[in-house]
Design a protein around this ligand. Structure first.
Ligand SMILES: NC(=O)c1ccc[n+]([C@@H]2O[C@H](COP(=O)([O-])OP(=O)(O)OC[C@H]3O[C@@H](n4cnc5c(N)ncnc54)[C@H](OP(=O)(O)O)[C@@H]3O)[C@@H](O)[C@H]2O)c1
Length: 251
């Protein structure tokens, strides 16, 4: 049972005039904020109930996004596996140099829903052919620091693929890129009661913060227990509403 009700669903919050979708970042971490061991093992940090909720979040989103790091390390399918069968979100990978293999689960399941791969202009034509042959669609956007230009990706998703709500499923590099740019509207944070230590992979990559006052702030709007795990929802604290004036809700 929720300890506090979420205010509005992201869909209700959709900024219709915004050039980008509402962006929801989902994280499944240990108590100490790690998303994988040092060797990249992340399956499964959270339990079955938490994973079932992630499938529901996928089905409620128009698109599900990951970076190439997660695509290569976890080989996820990113489908919403629910009973009865759910609407499938568009599945999206940021893959600047088209490293995704055509044998990956994403490339092999294009019959189950659209797969979009955002790459930088100028990649090898053979790589484009290899992936488009699977039924995936390659979209070219400008290259930028850390990969492809996020603003161009989000504008294309909203304008050309009707993606109004986007669930981002990691990893740490993509999460940091989004947070640094203030692009995360909501956090769906699943926390397992385990510890992975400093050598585990951080949920959020480097933010290059020098001052606490510059830390991106969120407020908790809901908290539920899912078996052994905790599922917390946070919303972005807007510029007009400082963390001091609106402290995170406590149980
Ligand atoms: N527990 C969880 O919730 C969870 C979820 C996801 C992942 N993971 C774990 O996280 C690890 C992977 O993390 P990661 O940080 O390497 O992967 P990631 O964030 O999924 O991917 C990062 C890569 O995405 C590409 N990219 C393209 N444009 C980008 C942009 N604008 N900003 C950021 N990245 C961009 C870059 O590679 P290119 O230059 O090749 O495009 C970049 O290196 C794995 O161990 C995985 O198991 C855990």
């Amino acid at each position: 049972m929720p300890t506090q009700a979420a205010t509005q669903s992201p869909q209700e919050n959709a900024p219709s005039a915004s050039p980008r979708p509402v962006i929801i970042l989902k994280l499944a971490t240990s108590l100490d904020g790690r998303i994988a061991t040092a060797t990249g093992e992340s399956r499964w940090i959270t339990g079955e109930l938490a994973r079932a909720k992630v499938h529901r979040l996928r089905a409620d989103s128009d698109g599900v996004l990951i970076g190439s790091g997660t695509a290569l390390s976890d080989d996820p399918e990113l489908t919403a596996r629910l009973k009865p069968a759910a609407k499938q979100p568009v599945r999206i990978v940021l893959d600047t140099d088209l490293r995704l293999p055509s044998t990956s689960k994403l490339a092999r399941t294009t019959d189950q829903g659209q797969v979009l791969i955002y790459a930088a202009r100028g990649v090898e034509p053979s790589a484009v052919e290899r992936l488009t042959a699977t039924g995936a669609k390659v979209v070219f956007v400008p290259r930028s620091m850390g990969g492809v230009e996020l603003e161009a990706v989000f504008e294309d998703l909203k304008t050309n693929w009707a993606v109004n709500t986007l669930l981002v499923e990691g990893g740490g590099a993509l999460a940091a890129s989004l947070i640094k740019r203030g692009l995360v509207d909501r956090l769906e944070w699943f926390r397992a009661p385990i510890l992975l230590g400093e050598e585990g992979r951080a949920a959020i990559g480097p933010l290059q913060l020098k001052h606490l006052a510059d830390a991106p702030a969120f407020k908790k709007v809901a908290s539920r227990q899912l078996g052994p795990d905790l599922w917390e929802t946070y919303e972005k604290v807007s510029a007009e509403c400082s963390p001091e004036s609106s402290p995170p809700s406590e149980k």
